[in-house]
Every structure is written in structure tokens, then in C-alpha cells.
Design a protein around this ligand. Structure first.
Ligand code: PAZ
Length: 308
């Protein structure tokens, strides 16, 4: 099923180039004996036309993936950040509420006057820049971009397969909100669908679950964390357990759409641990991802130390 999808749906233009960048990144991390986590982030688009004017999208802004990436970096991991273009990015996300130009001021009245950061933003910007520059110097973060469902799935396969060489030191943290339904390439019109043809009826196919080949074939030794998002709290844990039983990976992070920034459940086959943020924690700028990542780091260390 998964193999058919990947064969039949468009391969990203630069897949080979991206693959060699991923391989180089992993090889570099191996020389430094660093653990590597693949963080997936943001939603995927489902095109309605080959020359795409319209597509189906979802709510995800990539906040979970971008903030988790920063915390993984802080905990000493190197990160492959596989993210939707235009979704939130690590470090830059802290400035997403600002108009970039409002942070700056000119030194004089001339058009070629030098530019500096306004005093009231100096502290915040220098702290972000400090962390960002350290990560750049360490070469511990690799950004890989996708937009469509098909690009995402091809890149996921490439990244996961390349991580195989790290054995148990690799972690996959699959936070992206991936479409469940799509239009196969063979059934997609080439040109823009004309509204003059009347109301539009769409028939969508089910996207095959990539967790199955990912765990069984692509990266069988890695520590794999998937996410389960629901809107109905009554089915959240049972659906998470079903996923664990079906795909045999290590952990599901279960969250509800409305409360995802303050409550998650870390579900394994034999445990369910709540991570909860109080209103006070959140008002002090604390983020749930910091606690999630700390817990995962400890579980991953235990996993790495088990003899096989
Ligand atoms: O990207 P975001 O921060 O807006 O949302 C995060 C999330 C809800 C997409 C993530 O926590 C998640 O649950 N991802 C998996 C979604 C799914 O069940 O497919």
C-alpha cells in the first residue's frame, strides 16, 4: 500500500539532492556521537489539480514541532526538522507576532543609513540570536521543507531510511498533521477546475499509514514517537493504544485539539502519563514541549541502554 502510494505520486524535484544533504548531516553527527531526532512538523496540502491552484489543507501551524526542536537541541540532540514550508520555524517562531520592520530603526534620515535593533527588542533578539548561532556553529540542525502530502511522505521515507545507520540512537517524533485523504495523481485533472462546470464533487482515497513500513522496514531499531490528535476525549487513549498494538512502535503522544498546548498524555502499551501545564506555568512563558522532550530524553536513554 505505502510502496504503491510512493510509486504512483509525484516525487519532490530535489529529492536526490535533499537525500545527500540528509546523509551528510547524519554522517557528521555520527562522528560526534550525537543522538539524532527527526521532528516532523506542520500540515500537508492535498492538491486538487496537477497544476495546482487549489488544495485541501489543515489547521496545523507547526508550533509543536518548532518548539520541540528547540528543546531537543537544548537537550543535546541533533535535529532533522522536516517541516511544512511557511509553518513556524525554531528560533524564528519567537518573532512570529511581530512585523519584522517594527523591530528595527534607522540611524539617520538618509536612505542608506545603517540599521539597528530598537533598544526595547535588543534583549529578546540577542537571546534568540545567541541560541540560533550556537546551533549553526554546532551544525546540529538540518531544515528539510515540504508542502504537499506526497512530498512529505517521500521525504519521510528518505529521512527515516537514512537514520537506520544510527540504530537505537535515532528518535522519530512525528508531530506533523498529515492528511488522511487524497486524490491519486491518476485521477487529478491537469488544469484548474472550472467553476463554470457547476458544483464540485470530490472523491478522496485513504492515505496508507506510513507508520507500518516506517517501523517494520525503514528504521526498525529507532525509538518512534507518533502523535494522536482527537477532538473527542472519550476515544483518545483507546485510539492511541490501537495504534501501538497495530504498529508496534514505542510511544504515542495523545492530545486534544482544544487543549493541546496545556495537556498531553504519553501512552505506551503499559502506561499512560499525563503532562499538564497550569495557567500560571503558561503565563510565565513555559511550554509543554519542554516537559515532553525531557521525558522522552529519559525514555530514549533507557531504550538505548537495553541489550538486544
Ligand atoms: O502544529 P500545531 O502545533 O498547530 O499542532 C500540533 C499537532 C496537534 C498537529 C500535534 O500535536 C499532533 O497531534 N500531530 C498529529 C496529528 C494527527 O493525529 O495526525
Amino acid at each position: 500500500m505505502a510502496a504503491n502510494f510512493l510509486r504512483q505520486n509525484s516525487v519532490p524535484d530535489k529529492l536526490d539532492e535533499q537525500k545527500s544533504v540528509v546523509i551528510d548531516f547524519i554522517e557528521h553527527q555520527k562522528t560526534l556521537d550525537r543522538k539524532v531526532v527527526l521532528v516532523t512538523s506542520g500540515g500537508t496540502t492535498v492538491p486538487l489539480e496537477s497544476k495546482t491552484v487549489r488544495f485541501i489543507d489543515n489547521f496545523s501551524v507547526g508550533s509543536r514541532g518548532a518548539s520541540s526542536t528547540e528543546y531537543f537541541l537544548k537537550e543535546g540532540y541533533s535535529v532533522i526538522f522536516l517541516h511544512r514550508n511557511r509553518s513556524l520555524k525554531p528560533f524564528l517562531r519567537h518573532l512570529s507576532g511581530y512585523n519584522f520592520l517594527d523591530l528595527l530603526q534607522l540611524d539617520g534620515d538618509e536612505p542608506n543609513s545603517s540599521v539597528r535593533v530598537k533598544p526595547e527588542h535588543q534583549k529578546q533578539l540577542s537571546s534568540i540570536l545567541h541560541d540560533y548561532e550556537r546551533v549553526q556553529a554546532d551544525r546540529s540542525l538540518l531544515n528539510v521543507e515540504f508542502q504537499t502530502l506526497s512530498e512529505y511522505l517521500h521525504l519521510l521515507q528518505v529521512c527515516a531510511t537514512c537514520l537506520q545507520s544510527l540504530g537505537r540512537s535515532a528518535m522519530l517524533y512525528l508531530a506533523a498533521a498529515v492528511a488522511d485523504f487524497y486524490i491519486p495523481k491518476s485521477e487529478m485533472p491537469e488544469h484548474k477546475i472550472q467553476s463554470s462546470d457547476g458544483p464540485l464533487q470530490l472523491s478522496l482515497q485513504l492515505v496508507p499509514k506510513m507508520l507500518e513500513p516506517l517501523v517494520k522496514e525503514w528504521v526498525p531499531q529507532a525509538y518512534v514517537v507518533s502523535f494522536k490528535l482527537e477532538t473527542n476525549k472519550d476515544i483518545l487513549v483507546s485510539k492511541s493504544l490501537q495504534a501501538l498494538e497495530k504498529y508496534h512502535h514505542q510511544l504515542v503522544i495523545a492530545n486534544l485539539l482544544e487543549t493541546r498546548k496545556r495537556e498531553v498524555k504519553l501512552v505506551t502499551v503499559d502506561s499512560c502519563v499525563d503532562i499538564t501545564m497550569t495557567t500560571e506555568d503558561l503565563s510565565h512563558g513555559q511550554e509543554i514541549e519542554e516537559n515532553i522532550v525531557k521525558k522522552l530524553k529519559s525514555l530514549h536513554s533507557k531504550f538505548c541502554s537495553i541489550d538486544v
